[in-house]
Ligand binder design. Structure first.
Ligand SMILES: [Zn+2]
Length: 107
């Protein structure tokens, strides 16, 4: 079984960008609130808001990634009656392995 490493590298990169946005959003929001208070201007709110929408966009792109090994959606679980939870079907935060065949992003 030959796994397309280029495809995996692409998923790794997008997942890193998404996680970076996810974890930087809160600190940036705090800094924005402080500067809004100090400069009495709401203009800095543009930064966290646009970052938030960028995050949604990247997450959408990320969840459309196909696994290079089994060609199913990498982050979307095949929901069966046994593995169903209200939060299932999309892995959040994105997992390190394919939700269908289990191929790992990092080896
Ligand atoms: Zn797979």
């Amino acid at each position: 079984m030959k796994i397309n490493n280029k495809g995996l590298a692409h998923i790794r990169k997008m997942r890193r960008i998404f996680l970076f946005i996810l974890f930087s959003l809160f600190p940036i929001f705090v800094v924005t609130m402080i500067s809004i208070k100090r400069f009495k201007s709401w203009l800095p709110i543009i930064l966290p808001v646009s970052l938030f929408f960028l995050g949604i966009f990247v997450q959408n792109r990320l969840h459309k990634q196909k696994c290079p090994n089994c060609n199913a959606f990498f982050f979307v679980q095949t929901v069966t009656r046994r593995n169903y939870t209200p939060a299932s079907s999309i892995s959040f935060p994105p997992q390190k392995k394919c939700q269908n065949c289990g191929v790992a992003l990092y080896r």
